[in-house]
Ligand binder design. Structure first.
Ligand code: C5P
Length: 230
């Protein structure tokens, strides 16, 4: 059985991404390609990764533009058949609706407030509502506009679960006890995030950092996380 983990392939190297997929694919079947990989290797890079081992694609492009441009952008990657494709919830209803119409078979995933924001930094941006209230407001708009999944921090998961039973809730910003949070400001453990109602947790550095090039090391790290989930 695979774990409810989406592994973030945050690397510029195709070989490294391929090795991570190969090493983790017995335990994890969802892999996230973000800007670091996509801006260097694009669609052909993803196709190359899939030749090795097929996997469920979480395409984390965090799109944000006017609706017509978003429509074109989503059409440009639709042939990759991403299970999840991210857009910023802050883009609003028309933008999200344009994205959803351009990807009828996939799940447009609205990213609410980034997990790297603290409440203070968020207010400094001129936001008058708290992160939680903003997240709930943006989530409602995104779901009504056709998003089927949402990205939020573990702190907002239970509030969003109350809003919708059917939305797929995905939380980055997870760390094991004692792990370095790095640039993430609102972190919880994977177990806390899943218990709060998340369907998937996104994990990158806790699994991929200080990789020694062996599958065994990565599998041990994933096993360790799996033991914390029970
Ligand atoms: O290494 P770490 O586990 O912090 O990686 C988290 C991943 O999730 C990164 O690829 C990051 O781009 C992504 N992400 C995030 N916060 C969001 C949306 C996506 O950290 N709100």
């Amino acid at each position: 059985m695979t774990l409810p983990i989406i592994l973030a392939l945050d690397t510029k190297e195709i070989d490294q991404a391929q090795s991570w997929i190969k090493a983790a694919s017995g335990q994890i079947d969802h892999f996230k390609i973000g800007l670091e990989f996509f801006l260097r290797h694009g669609i052909t890079g993803i196709e190359k990764l899939r030749q090795g081992t097929d996997f469920k694609l979480f395409l984390d492009l965090k799109l944000y533009d006017i609706p017509n441009t978003i429509k074109g952008a989503v059409e440009s990657v639709a042939n990759l058949n991403p299970k999840f494709l991210t857009v910023h919830a802050a883009g609003g209803a028309k933008m999200i609706s344009a994205a959803a119409m351009a990807l009828p078979t996939g799940s447009i995933t609205a990213v609410t407030v980034l997990t790297s924001f603290s409440e203070i930094e968020f207010q400094e941006m001129g936001q008058r509502q708290s992160i939680e209230d903003t997240t709930k407001n943006w989530a409602k708009i995104a779901l009504s506009a056709g998003a089927k999944s949402l990205v939020c921090s573990p702190f907002e998961v239970s509030a969003l679960r109350q809003l919708s039973d059917s939305a797929i809730l995905i939380t980055p910003g997870v760390r094991l006890e004692g792990d370095d949070p790095g640039d993430q400001a609102r972190v919880m453990t994977p177990k806390q995030a899943l218990s709060a109602g998340a369907d998937f947790v996104v994990i990158g550095r806790s699994i991929t950092k200080e990789w020694d090039g062996t599958a065994t090391q990565m599998q041990k790290k994933i096993d360790l996380i799996a033991t914390t989930l029970v």
